[in-house]
Write a protein that binds this ligand. Structure first.
Ligand SMILES: Nc1ncnc2c1ncn2[C@@H]1O[C@H](COP(=O)(O)OP(=O)(O)O)[C@@H](O)[C@H]1O
Ligand SMILES: [Mg+2]
Length: 324
């Protein structure tokens, strides 16, 4: 299974200049995304998942956020140094992103029809208004929005959260990107809607062959839709593996902790889930050595001295831990 790599991140370092000094929210992160495949990025809140996504999109808050080092190769071309206009073309048509809260991407003062139409207009400059309108309605229909013709005339705040998320997905797919980055796209939605949205994304992926980077703090979701998984902890990569391998044979104590905190049907009510004690360390006071040491049930004296590096522990399986 040698699939074409379309995005390759190499030793990405992303920093913020804050009042208390410079912090590195992403440190030395590397991964690949293959055509038609889904990579899951998982980790607790504050682990650097969104910052990784915003770095790829070059949408870090200016001027405080910056890519300090590393490469982001999109079809073998480094986009870290790409001029803003060129990056604007890639955004939406090469790589597009859907956010946890759709209102961050939807414009509250424009009707839904106008917003989705703009994506088509930019992507297919030869299309006339009538064709754009037809395409827009079709796209809304495809993402399961009832009465799409009426919805075209509505403003984003008039529809439900689940419907807004579908509009975002419609807009993301309208540009026919090679890669879709979905940053916790279902976290704010209720469970039934979550499942519907995941199914929809899977169906659209099958149809278009696009790659997806699916970001979530819930490993349970990863099992359903991802081919590969990267577990992040405090801005670094803890473990990377094909999804089945990670679930069968997790190596990093953090991954093991995350796996044992997945809710299971039989114990949803009675058995209290195991959780990992403690919190992700603040980037302002990172420990020397391994960043997970203060919460790790397997910590050893060597973990306090220097940070572990990513090691191969099997086919396509990498872990950053002194146990191996
Ligand atoms: N705009 C910002 N200014 C300063 N620090 C930030 C900013 N955005 C993110 N960070 C830092 O990066 C860390 C990781 O954030 P983020 O990538 O959003 O985490 P998550 O994994 O929950 O998506 C945060 O805990 C914070 O320390
Ligand atoms: Mg986030």
């Amino acid at each position: 299974m040698n699939k074409q790599v379309i995005l390759k991140i190499k030793n990405l370092v992303t920093a913020f200049d804050t009042e208390e000094g410079r912090i590195r929210a992403v440190e030395n992160v590397s991964f690949e995304v293959k055509k038609g495949q889904t990579l899951g990025i998982v980790g607790e809140s504050g682990c650097g998942k969104s910052v990784t996504a915003l770095s790829i999109m070059r949408l870090l808050p200016k001027p405080i956020g910056m890519i300090e080092g590393g490469k982001i190769l999109f079809h073998d071309k480094d986009i870290v140094t790409l001029p803003a206009e060129k990056m604007h073309e890639i955004r939406g048509y090469g790589i597009s992103m859907i956010f946890q809260e759709p209102m961050t991407a939807l414009n509250p003062v424009h009707k839904i029809g106008k917003q989705i139409g703009e994506v088509f207009q930019l992507h297919f400059p030869d299309m006339n208004d009538k064709e754009i309108r037809k395409k827009s309605v079709e796209m809304l229909q495809k993402v399961g929005i009832p009465e799409p013709i009426q919805r075209m005339e509505e403003y984003p705040h008039k529809i439900s959260g689940g419907m807004r998320q579908r509009v975002m997905i419609a807009m993301a797919f309208a540009g026919e990107p090679d890669i879709l980055i979905a940053d916790e796209p279902t976290t704010a939605l209720d469970v039934t809607i979550q499942a519907q949205i995941l199914k929809l994304m899977e169906a659209l992926q099958r149809e278009t062959g696009m790659a997806i980077i699916f970001i979530t703090h819930a490993l349970g979701v990863i099992a359903e839709i991802c081919d590969d998984v990267m577990v992040m902890y405090a801005g670094t990569v803890a473990e990377k593996a094909p999804v089945e391998e990670l679930f069968k044979n997790p190596k990093h104590p953090y991954s093991i902790g995350l796996l044992s905190s997945i809710p299971r049907l039989e114990n949803e009510r009675k058995v209290r889930l195991k959780t990992i004690k403690g919190m992700v360390p603040s980037l302002y006071e990172l420990p020397k050595g391994c960043r997970f040491q203060n919460r790790c049930p397997k910590a050893m004296p060597c973990c306090e001295i220097e940070p572990p590096v990513l090691k191969s522990v099997g086919e396509d399986h990498f872990v950053s831990c002194f146990l191996y």
